[in-house]
Structure formats: structure tokens, C-alpha cells
Design a protein around this ligand. Structure first.
Ligand code: C2E
Ligand code: MG
Ligand code: MG
Ligand code: MG
Length: 290
């Protein structure tokens, strides 16, 4: 119908198969949620220059009884626009708050960010449900929770999203725009959405050492972030060289395999105690931008 009148679609078997695949995944995920098969892994965000651990991003993993550990890209798409995706999204927020409370009891107070789909954020009861969770975990300061919104995802009604974000911010949580620079309306989002942090997409970081265009985009994002008084976190820092160049450009905050891979919660404190940044990062002359 979306394609207008007088059109006829042959029912595509591939499509049918993928639908059936999704249906199976949905049933499987629902069961997985009931049977507590999901885990959050945590990847550190650091200040490369000072060595300070500035936070952690929570990333979902499915410990599937037959398939082993399943990455989010393999199951989240099936439930992205589905109530089960919303349910799993609340599970993620709650689990992160539970972990924050546990770490706090163990003497570690560390900001944690979770990924929220645009579909979830736009649910009418989002603010209420978030506030209920924050209220339940009242030992945890809401300022320790950051919500990462995928910048490429469909934020249909920016005015509504703005209002939701402002209400959440009044409750104490903050926002980051994830994969910044890859969406088709990055600049509109930057202008209109009250996100404290821009996470520079890993594609720009990955290729900045070899592709002058990516380097130029990266520099531009850093200038923009400064003009708009937003913090930046570079994603996908895989090597010491990536970090060195970012520091020269004035970007000190980073996340990536070159620092640490996402890890189970219980490995985080030992990792944090042991981590030291590479000498060249500590010695680097940090660029003007920050
Ligand atoms: P993201 O939020 O941009 O998360 C960063 C992804 O890049 C993670 O993949 C992380 O493991 C990976 N990564 C980190 N450092 C490096 C690096 O140096 N090199 C490379 N090549 N990759 C790196 P992951 O965990 O597979 O997650 C993929 C995406 O799935 C996330 O991208 C996010 O959009 C989504 N996602 C993950 N967990 C959740 C969740 O709980 N809820 C929702 N709605 N989405 C999630
Ligand atoms: Mg993210
Ligand atoms: Mg990202
Ligand atoms: Mg991504």
C-alpha cells in the first residue's frame, strides 16, 4: 500500500523466510529473557592522557544455551520495533542500575552508559518507567546513568524527543549521541537535542590514519563539539597510534579495543586497578581543542 495504488507484490519467499526467522528469534528472545540468558558486558571509557577511567558502556550479550555468546547485531534487529525490544531495553537499564549499586557497595563509583533505541525512547511511558527505576535504585545517583541514542536511528518527532530528553535530564540522567556523524541529520540532532556527549563513530577513527577525508570529518566534529560545548568520546580506538593522533587533535576521551574489550562486570574492577595508559599518551602534547 505504501507504494501507491495499482501495484502488486509477489510474495517473496526470502521475505517470508526472514519473517519466519524473526518470529523464531522473537520467541527465543522472550524465552531467553525469562530464563535470564542476557548479560551486560562493560567497556571502559578513559582519559587517554591522564589514565583516568571516566566511565563504562554497557553492551548486551546473549548467552544462548546452544549458540554460545550472541552479539547484539544478530538479535536486536528482530525486535527493534517490537514491544519485546522495549521490554529488553528496560531490562538493560535496570541491570545497569543494579550493577551500579553493586559496584558502589564495593567502593567503585563510575558512570555507566546504556544504549537506548529511538523506538524505546519514544514510548509514551518512557519517562515514568525510567523514574520508577531510578526511584527503586535510589542509592545510585541518576547522574551516573547516561543514555546513548543511536544517532542514525529514526527519531520521528524531534519536538517530542526533545521534551522526553529534557524530562530525563531533570531527573538527573544525561545523554550521548552514538555513532555521531553517520546519520543523515547529524547537524539537526546536534542543534536540537540536549545531549552532553557526542560519540564519534568508529568508522572515522578507524580510517583517520589512512584516509584524509575521515581525518577532515573527525577534525570538523571536534570543532563542532567545542563550539556547541559538548563532550566527545572517540569510539574504536584500536591502536596506540589512533590515540596519539586523537590527543594531538584535542580529543582526550576514548573507548576501543586498544584500551579494553567489553568484559563481564566482575572483571571490571581488577582491570581498572591494573590499567595504565601507554607512555606516549601520557607524554603527548594535547591539542588545543579541549
Ligand atoms: P555501539 O553502541 O556503537 O557500541 C560499540 C560497539 O563497537 C560494540 O559492539 C563494541 O564491542 C564495539 N567496539 C568497541 N571498541 C571497538 C574497537 O576498537 N573496534 C571495533 N571494531 N569495535 C569496537 P557490540 O557490543 O557488538 O554492539 C554493537 C551495537 O549494538 C552497539 O553499537 C549498539 O548500537 C547496539 N547495542 C549493544 N548493546 C545494546 C543494548 O543494550 N541496547 C540497544 N538498544 N542496543 C545495543
Ligand atoms: Mg553505544
Ligand atoms: Mg557507537
Ligand atoms: Mg555502533
Amino acid at each position: 500500500k505504501q507504494d501507491g495504488k495499482n501495484r502488486c507484490h509477489v510474495f517473496d519467499t526470502d521475505y517470508a523466510r526472514s519473517l519466519r526467522g524473526h518470529q523464531e528469534t522473537i520467541a527465543d528472545i522472550r524465552q531467553g529473557l525469562a530464563q535470564k540468558q542476557f548479560r551486560l558486558f562493560y567497556q571502559p571509557k578513559v582519559n587517554m592522557h591522564t589514565g583516568e577511567i571516566i566511565g563504562a558502556e554497557a553492551l548486551i550479550r546473549w548467552l544462548h544455551p546452544h549458540k554460545g555468546m550472541v552479539a547484539p547485531a544478530l538479535f536486536l534487529p528482530a525486535i527493534e520495533q517490537h514491544s519485546l525490544g522495549v521490554e529488553l531495553g528496560y531490562w538493560v537499564i535496570e541491570e545497569a542500575l543494579r550493577q551500579l549499586a553493586e559496584w558502589q557497595r564495593q567502593g567503585m563509583t563510575l558512570p555507566v552508559s546504556v544504549n537506548i533505541s529511538a523506538y524505546h525512547l519514544q514510548q509514551l511511558d518512557f519517562v515514568n518507567r525510567l523514574q520508577l527505576l531510578l526511584h527503586f535504585y535510589s542509592d545510585v545517583s541518576p547522574s551516573l546513568l547516561q543514555l546513548e541514542i543511536l544517532e542514525t536511528s529514526a527519531l520521528n518527532d524531534l519536538t517530542h524527543v526533545q521534551a522526553v530528553m529534557q524530562a530525563c535530564i531533570r531527573s538527573g540522567v544525561s545523554f550521548a549521541l552514538d555513532d555521531f556523524g553517520t546519520g543523515y541529520s547529524s547537524l539537526t540532532y546536534l542543534k536540537r537535542l540536549p545531549a552532553k556527549v557526542l560519540k564519534i563513530d568508529q568508522s572515522f577513527v578507524r580510517d583517520m590514519l589512512i584516509d584524509p577525508d575521515d581525518l577532515a570529518i573527525l577534525k570538523g566534529i571536534i570543532v563542532l563539539a567545542n563550539e556547541f560545548k559538548r563532550e566527545i568520546v572517540a569510539e574504536g580506538v584500536e591502536t596506540t597510534e589512533h590515540g596519539e593522533l586523537l590527543l594531538q587533535l584535542g580529543c582526550t576521551h576514548a573507548q576501543g579495543y586498544g584500551i579494553a574489550r567489553p568484559m563481564p562486570a566482575e572483571q571490571f574492577m581488577p582491570w581498572k586497578k591494573a590499567w595504565l595508559p601507554p607512555e606516549v599518551w601520557v607524554a603527548a602534547k594535547v591539542g588545543e581543542a579541549t
